[in-house]
Structures are given as C-alpha cells and as structure tokens.
Write a protein that binds this ligand. Sequence first.
Ligand code: AMP
Ligand code: GLY
Length: 421
Amino acid sequence: MKALVVGNGGREHAMAWRLAGSPGVKVLITLGNGGTGAVAQSIPVKPSDIDGIVRAAKNESVDLVVVGPEAPLAQGLVNRLNEAGIRAFGPDKDNARIEASKAFCHEVLDAAGVPAAGYHVFDDPDQAIKHLSTCPLPVVVKADGLAAGKGVVVATTREEALDAARSQMVDRSLGDAGNTVVVEEFLEGEEASYMVITDGDYVLPMATSQDHKRVFDGDQGPNTGGMGAYSPAPVLDDEVQKHVLATIIRPTLAELARRGTPYKGVLYAGLMMTSEGPKVLEYNCRFGDPETQPVLYRMRGDLFTAMQACTDGTLSGVNISFDPRPAICLVLAAENYPAKPRLGDVIEGLGNAARIPHVQVFHAGTALDDDDRAVTSGGRVLGVTAAGETVREARDRAYKVAKMIKWPGMHYRQDIAHRAL
Ligand code: AMP
Ligand code: GLY
C-alpha cells in the first residue's frame, strides 16, 4: 500500500514516521524536509500545489493521501482527490470551514448549543472600531480567515484592540483573511487540545495534549505555531473527556452533518477550561502541530488502517491505543522566530541525539544541503520528542537531547510541561 503525506513540517514528519510503521505501507511525502528521508520518499510537488498532488497521487497509484495542513483542506484538496477516485484522509472543503472561517465556526457552535466565548462579527471596520472603543477588556480580536497562527490578538488595552482591528481590516495585514473580524469575549482558564478521528459517525479519541503557544517562558511574548507540547493533559481526565465528547464534539459533528456531508478526518478542539466548564476557543480541521508529535509517539496500532477506515466509514472496527507513558515535544526554533527567522545554518549533534533511547527528533524547518547536512530552513526547526515513566523523566530526556543539538541562534522554552509537573 502507498500513502502520500501532504505537508512537510514536524507534524508531517511524525505522521510519515508512524505510517511507515504500518505493515506493508510505503510512504511518499510532498517535498519533505531534512529528516523525512528516513521514513518517506520525497516527491517534487509542493504541499500547496493542488493540481500537482492530484496528478502525483494518480501517477504513483497512491492508496491514501493524508493531508497535514489546513490550507489545502480549505482549498478543497480532498474533494478534488475524491473526484479523481483517490482516497484522502481529511475533511472536504465545506467541513474545513470549521477552521477556515471563525464566523462560520461560531455559527455552527451556536446552532449546536456548544459552549464558547460570546462574540460579534464585523465586516465593516467602523462598526468594529466603535464596538472595540467601549467593550470590556481584555478582548480578543480574530481575523475570520486562515492566518497561519497570526490572526488572533488578545488585547489587554484599548489601544491594542483598536490597533488589531485597524491592522487586520484597514491595512489588510493578513490579506483577505481579515476582511471579516470576530471579536470575542476573553475567557480565563487552562487550555488543552482534544483531537479525535471521526468517519462522520464513529468517534475515535486521540490521547489528550497541551500546547505552549507563546514564544517565551511563563507564556510571555508573541504567539507562535507552538513551542512545545505534552501528552496526556492532566486537566482532561476521563470524566472531563466524556463531558467534552458529549457536550462539544458530538453536537458539533451532528450539526455539521445536518448542514451537508458528514465530517471526516481529524477534528481538533482547542479548549479553555473555564470556571463554567470547558468552552471551545477554536476548531482545527487537522492534527495540531506540535501536539501530534507526542500524541503519535504514544500511539500504538496501525495508523494507516485507522485513516483508511476513517475514509471508508468503518472506523468503529479499528483498534488504537496509547502508551500510558507521558511524552513531551520540545520545539527548537531558529533565531528571531516567530518574526522572520534566521535560516541556512548547519545543525550539529543530530547523530548523537538519534542514539538516545525513548527519544525521536522530528524535523520541521530543515533541509539537506549539497553535502547532505541538515540546515535550518524554517522558524520551528526540530521537535525533540521523548517519553518517560513520568512527565519529569520525559521532560528531562527531551532537555538532555536538546543540549546535544546546536546551531547559531537556536532557542527553546525552558518550561515545557510545567503545568503537568
Ligand atoms: P485560536 O487560534 O483561536 O485558538 O487562538 C489562539 C490563542 O489565542 C489561543 O490558544 C488562546 O491562547 C488565545 N485565545 C483565543 N481566543 C481566546 C478567548 N476567547 N479568550 C482567551 N484567549 C483566547
Ligand atoms: N498547535 C496549534 C495548532 O496546531 O493549531
């Protein structure tokens, strides 16, 4: 069997690595990165090239295309592949709107009666500015469309709130993504990520996890794509998970099915555990990055079969479990990330790091140079993923390996998993 992974970041390396462990499965990947060569064959098609992916999947007789990032899902890659008779893991274009439009997401949550922040939607900058001039603070200003993690501003002052709306709606800093803006009530609590795989009917929960969005220790500094994650998230214990499934995940899936086609693929709920119970901060229509690294590291069972069953509507027959040992993923980032990162530096120490047991270093923003050395090619460079008998052991392992790896300007958070300790 052949699987084609679309995307080339840390999440896709983890998916390719896990898929390559499925018996009899050969893995291809769009471009790939400096680390994916060990588990997947690179094909010269960009993850954003929808026509190219459909063509390559046909030419290579791919049995299953696994779509990592949100952008090709929102552009309808799964629809295009299905029209061409190719199985694809991920939601269709309409269902991907749950992530691609924050206004649509709220509409679905309202109709489904799912708890979330109070909100207002604005198409007109003057109306948004009028509202933001008097609303309670802090307040959250969100570009409606996809903005690669840059579309959300948690404003603590009036000036920040007004600046965010002006920047997104008037200066068009995020392009069309900011044509519409959603202004949300600020929610307080601990955040957690809850991902499930669903075939539209059956729901297969993944292990729980928690991300660290801010660039600096103590959740300071600007938001990033995620600086580290751990799994499980103690705040999502069995009781809370049951509650989230019953009051959040299932009603959302029922409402999406009522509107059109059933949702298939990964549904990722970003949750805030408020004093009134868990509320939805956002939905993603794909696996989280870096959450996927520790979650798939812990996964036991055949990921290819599970994903194929998801596309076929036979997910209820699939057996997946998770290693009870906790795992953490520590993101090593390039200098200046999340602003424009310094690129092109040779990464040292990967060979030694690869020899440490219970650790897997997933590559994200890396490439191979002419001498086959791994060099930095993106902001989030590596995800050092480690398991341990305890969170502390997993964390100590990941930090020990991080110290073995070097390039100029490398930085990472020192406090990943502090909440679980
Ligand atoms: P999102 O991409 O919508 O999850 O937003 C990114 C981050 O902004 C979240 O992980 C939260 O840390 C924060 N955030 C988003 N919405 C809210 C909200 N309504 N209240 C408080 N924080 C929020
Ligand atoms: N780590 C957050 C995300 O994948 O959206």
